[in-house]
Write a protein that binds this ligand. Sequence first.
Ligand code: GLV
Length: 309
Amino acid sequence: MNILYYCTFSNQNEFLKALKKKFKSHKIYTLNDKIELDKIEVALIWNLPDKILKKLINLKIVFSLGAGVDHILKLSSYKNTPIIRIQDQNMRARMLNHVLSQILNYQLKLNEYHIAQDKKIWLEERYTALNKDLTIGVLGLGYIGNFVAQNLKNLDYNIIGYKNSYKKRNSSIRIYYKNSLRNFLQSSDIVVSILPATNETKDLINKSFLKKMKKKSLLINIGRGSSLNEIDLLQHISKNPNFFASLDVFKKEPLPKKHEFWKNRNITITPHIAAITDVDSAVDYMFFKFEQFRIKGKIKSEVKIKNGY
Ligand code: GLV
């Protein structure tokens, strides 16, 4: 089976090496090799240009090298090829750590001490809320969101969730559905968005959404930058000095040097690192799925294409 690898991660070579080792009896091509693209049946990709996808006319299965699949679905040459995406315990464990770090940074007011340290000021102690007194609203309860929510709950935070569609589930977490967004936001001290990029989530976090949140609160966005209206957030912060945001994803990445976010004291920026793809476990996962496909000759897509995630 001819496999194409295309990846824009900074560790793309390390990834390729690990893939070659695991898929040892199969040849993995890159665009640097002499290959006929119409012979490719399997693509392992991150940010593949549309003009290449267009030439993969015999493609049978696509693997996303991350959890998100928006980089594939947005390509105009993408039809309905089944997609497998990374579902990895290490990735969601990292996501949880990242969320927890941002919650604690806000909850314990650590930034204030950091700023004071620069000025050599010994601050008076500050009151900090206990976990049981904070309600965290998790937007998007998929493979990662659900794990984050459950684990935060185990740490004694009050957890509520928001989902677009009703699905019967065994969960100890209170879930709000589509038309109860207002109640969900009004009840949350911290909102964590783990939403994928779809038509429905585009600019969902806008002026009216932010207005429904508590004036004194924290928004953590670790889903996709497309769900946040960045101008609305800046305006909201300018009117609400106790509103904070921790952002890992942006409309344009890397975040342009001229972007207003860089100098806003209420915004913490991390460069899309909340859940990096873990090479070894991602490669194991892809190989497992690849073997299933090779033996059975077909595979069920892990992505509901019409939902966009
Ligand atoms: C990262 O954002 C991913 O989708 O894996």
